[in-house]
Design a binder for this molecule. Structure first.
Ligand SMILES: [Zn+2]
Length: 363
């Protein structure tokens, strides 16, 4: 009797899992990303709703005493090598393609820290960022300073953005940047438990002021780059902060790229500042401009090749399915956690649905 009931539960859950994934895939296929995102994702520029199953991923007893993650803050491995981590925040936007064009013309790579709510507004632009070998990092859903939010709100900001990126490009970033650089031990502890490295910057153009402050001189952007690039006494490399959200700041991005190149720096993705550091959960190898043997087939805006090989696409699908299930369980039942635990059993024991235990697959 007991075994029979367990079997029935398994069958029900498997049916549910298949129906959810099938429905969602069908929705994405039939409507396209642009139209399907607003139906299933929160509104932009507002803190997204809390999902209890996601909140349960973080053990509060493990913070606030969390040290900064190693790496990610500096971008120069040695005195003879000049690496420059170009970073662009707050997109993807209508101004991002111009930045991508300029990067492609110079064979430079960069990291884009994206806003989750803008991912569903511009999924095609996000896909182009990936296709051209740049790195994507999480910059939250609503850009609300994280230290002003509750634990659950912080987790929701991260996971909604993660889910949007997964849906758009089938990738799960390993790097995040807190809006305005606002972070403390509590926030650091939460995002690290969610699997993220924190990537700040050490050179700020303050270009974000250009959109609202009429006194901001756009020439300050290349002016700052020149100062930084010609400072030969610097003991660390550069991670510069610019924004691809505004047309004002984005218009000066090409000039800044030229200065980086003219002064002998290699512009690359933050993940490549630390040799061979992964950028995503999935097994994707980013092209590395600092390596003479790096793959070159990913530059340019045409073609169908990706940033590298996706060795385990099924792992991507598994994480995406688990995120969808987490939302479903929180909505459908107050005992959502129990539901998720039962689903975990299905994942562990059903070779057709997942290859890894839930604890590894979920992040
Ligand atoms: Zn920002």
């Amino acid at each position: 009797m007991y075994n029979k009931n367990i079997f029935k539960i398994y069958i029900t859950l498997i049916t549910l899992v298949v129906s959810i994934t099938t429905t969602d895939a069908a929705l994405a296929n039939s409507t396209g990303l642009n139209s399907s995102f607003p139906q299933t994702f929160p509104p932009p520029d507002l803190p997204p709703p809390i999902v209890p199953a996601w909140s349960a991923l973080v053990d509060k007893s493990k913070y606030p005493k969390v040290p900064p993650n190693p790496g990610g803050y500096q971008c120069a491995p040695g005195p003879d090598t000049y690496y420059w981590g170009l970073t662009y925040d707050d997109g993807p936007s209508e101004n991002t393609p111009g930045v991508l064009d300029a990067l492609a013309q110079r064979n430079q790579k960069a990291t884009f820290f994206v806003i989750g709510s803008r991912v569903f507004q511009n999924p095609d632009i996000l896909a182009r960022i990936v296709k051209e070998g740049h790195q994507i990092g999480v910059h939250t859903w609503s850009h609300t300073p994280l230290t002003t939010q509750t634990d659950e709100q912080i987790i929701a900001e991260m996971k909604w953005t993660e889910l949007a990126i997964q849906k758009a490009v089938n990738l799960t970033p390993l790097y995040m940047r807190p809006p305005t650089g606002d972070i403390d031990d509590r926030v650091r502890g939460i995002v690290q438990q969610l699997g993220y490295k924190v990537a700040l910057w050490n050179h700020d153009t303050f270009d974000w002021k250009s959109f609202s402050d009429p006194k901001y001189d756009l020439n300050w952007i290349p002016g700052n780059f020149t100062l930084w690039a010609t400072n030969k006494t610097a003991t660390t490399g550069v991670i510069s902060l610019e924004h691809d959200l505004y047309n004002t700041s984005a218009s000066k991005a090409p000039a800044a790229m030229d200065i980086v190149k003219a002064n002998g720096f290699t512009a690359l993705q933050i993940a490549n500042c630390v040799p061979n550091a992964p950028a995503y959960v999935e097994n994707v190898v980013l092209p590395n401009p600092a390596s003479t043997s790096s793959p070159s087939g990913t530059s340019g805006s045409s073609g169908t090749s990706g940033p590298g090989s996706l060795a385990k696409p099924s792992a991507t699908e598994t994480r995406y399915v688990i995120n969808v299930l987490a939302i479903f369980s929180s909505i459908s039942s107050k005992t959502g956690l129990l539901f998720l635990n039962l689903v975990a059993l299905v994942f562990v024991q059903s070779p057709g649905l997942g290859e890894r235990p839930l604890k590894q697959a979920n992040r």
